[in-house]
Design a protein around this ligand. Structure first.
Ligand code: DCM
Ligand code: DCM
Ligand code: DCM
Ligand code: ZN
Ligand code: ZN
Length: 271
């Protein structure tokens, strides 16, 4: 996701974490106790870090390249798809351990927490769970007057921004308020509890592979049901957008709700 998506995942999680978790996170992050954006404000750090020379090693931590065959077959296999340099799933495992390890420095634990906040977001972007055409980056598409974007980028950025109308922290906070009420009392109320099925702090790989598998399935049914070549150089801002935007909303809502629970489990274990 772009900044809007990651900020929104952070704000949704802020709306659902236990107050003891909020205190735990603010302590590690060094945010003041009254910081109203303590998760949102650090949610995009990992995307800056990966473009630094010190952080270049971490570029694969943003995705898992499922070597499946959409649209006829979608699946993710940890042993097949998580490369030697790591992936989103192995990174979650690493940083979930490290953030709780008092032998590490405060700075190291802070970075680990920032990674968890970011990667749980990215796992929910379907094309971050797909190898085809570099996660859709090499599928050139148009979006309204923009005739030089790509399928990955419209999922990360253009579609969420068309829905919300901006990408600032305050745009994200307002989107998060909407999705939070959808979870608490609206369209997601009856399903939100099931989003936490199988969540297990002692098995981060299985837990997050479930989430990656769910998002990867959308690649076959929502992202490119007609096959990759159909979308090349088409304007996806009209009927494609209309068909896809509810999946963008659902995936951001799930990511925020699951991040809150993952942090609750970590904070409870780390006390
Ligand atoms: N680092 C990281 N994740 C890794 C490897 C390194 O976040 N898988 C960070 C931690 C340090 C820096 O990179 O700030 C260098 O780490 P090290 O000296 O442990 O390689
Ligand atoms: N490492 C990592 N994540 C980090 C920092 C480092 O995976 N945040 C990797 C690269 C380090 C190595 O682990 O050089 C050393 O890890 P440790 O500090 O746990 O011995
Ligand atoms: N990306 C991905 N899968 C890949 C490579 C990249 O999901 N195999 C994502 C990471 C960024 C976007 O695509 O969100 C653009 O990546 P980059 O800036 O590395 O080109
Ligand atoms: Zn992306
Ligand atoms: Zn990312």
């Amino acid at each position: 996701w772009g900044e809007l998506g990651h900020y929104t995942v952070g704000y949704i999680a802020q709306n659902f974490v236990q107050s003891s978790t909020a205190s735990w996170a603010k302590d590690i992050l060094g945010s003041g106790s009254s910081n109203t954006s303590y998760l949102a404000a650090v949610a995009t750090w990992a995307d800056t870090y990966r473009y630094t020379s010190a952080g270049a090693f971490s570029a694969p931590f943003h995705f898992i390249d499922a070597e499946d065959n959409p649209p006829s077959s979608c699946n993710v296999d940890y042993d097949r798809d998580c490369g030697d340099d790591g992936c989103s799933i192995s990174a979650i495992q690493n940083y979930t351990t490290r953030v709780q390890d008092g032998r590490h420095t405060q700075a190291d634990r802070q970075m680990s927490l920032k990674w968890i906040i970011h990667i749980i977001g990215d796992i929910h972007q379907p094309l971050h769970d797909e190898a085809l055409e570099v996660g859709g980056n090499d599928i050139d598409v148009n979006f309204g007057s923009d005739d030089s974007t790509n399928l990955h980028h419209i999922w990360d950025t253009e579609m969420p921004e068309k829905l919300v109308g901006g990408y600032s922290l305050s745009d994200a906070e307002s989107w998060a308020t909407t999705l939070t009420s959808d979870i608490k009392s609206g369209t997601y109320k009856s399903q939100a509890a099931s989003w936490l099925d199988g969540i297990d702090l002692s098995d981060p790989v299985t837990t997050t592979m479930n989430w990656a598998t769910e998002a990867n399935a959308d690649v076959c049914t929502i992202v490119m049901p007609k096959g990759e070549s159909y979308y090349v150089n088409k304007d996806l801002s009209t009927s494609y957008y209309t068909g896809a935007i509810s999946t963008v909303e659902l995936q951001i809502a799930r990511a925020g709700y699951r991040l809150a629970k993952w942090l609750d489990l970590i904070a409870a274990n780390d006390s």
